[in-house]
Design a protein around this ligand. Sequence first.
Ligand code: ADP
Ligand code: ZN
Length: 213
Amino acid sequence: MIFILLGPPGAGKGTQAKMLEEKLRRPQISTGNILRKSIQSGSELGNKAKVFMNSGRLVQDDIVIGLIKERIVEDDCQSGFILDGFPRTIVQAERLTETLGEMNLSIDAVIDFEVDSEELINRLSGRSTCLTCGAMFHKESCPPLKDSVCDDCGGELSQREDDKEITIKKRLDVYEDETAPLKEYYRKQGNLKTVQGRGTVQEIFSKVCAMVS
Ligand code: ADP
Ligand code: ZN
């Protein structure tokens, strides 16, 4: 059971991936979260990635491919997983296909979240993220009960460095140039399913559930 969540930054992949993780009992694998953890831990890899992430560019393919290869051989991935934010380039997609092939695995579906860019900018610029558990809040649509405190774990909320306005624009451009071509790549493989990412989190989740069952 392998699912890929595809879509621009702010489309809601992370939120839906977390919900799917619970429903399907398969882990969410978010390269963004893994990279942010390496930055926090001060590792060499984290320091390398930081410059790219904070300026809205992609981290090098070799780095993220390496992270994914390490992650998917862990015990909890053996009956499947949900990829969130990977692959993001054609090279990454090709290497994933190759790696899964070697493991005798294949992708069940690629779910593509479609949201217009005005809505994306609004979502990202009002967003705050828990430094501890990764939960996300929005100042209008989903405010935390207590200012700057995570409802789920009590951790501290902060605005991601790359959720500043100019960086958001850069991320959207990078998405169009490098990631959007994956839609065609997976359409050709017969795996692509498109979901309209407007609506409440629950409405979208119902549509996603129909696609994974
Ligand atoms: P979003 O989807 O909202 O942009 P992510 O947490 O998925 O958030 O990614 C944040 C940043 O992490 C990206 O802008 C990029 O710099 C880096 N990143 C995450 N996944 C990848 C990937 N598969 N390839 C390259 N860079 C990545
Ligand atoms: Zn939290």
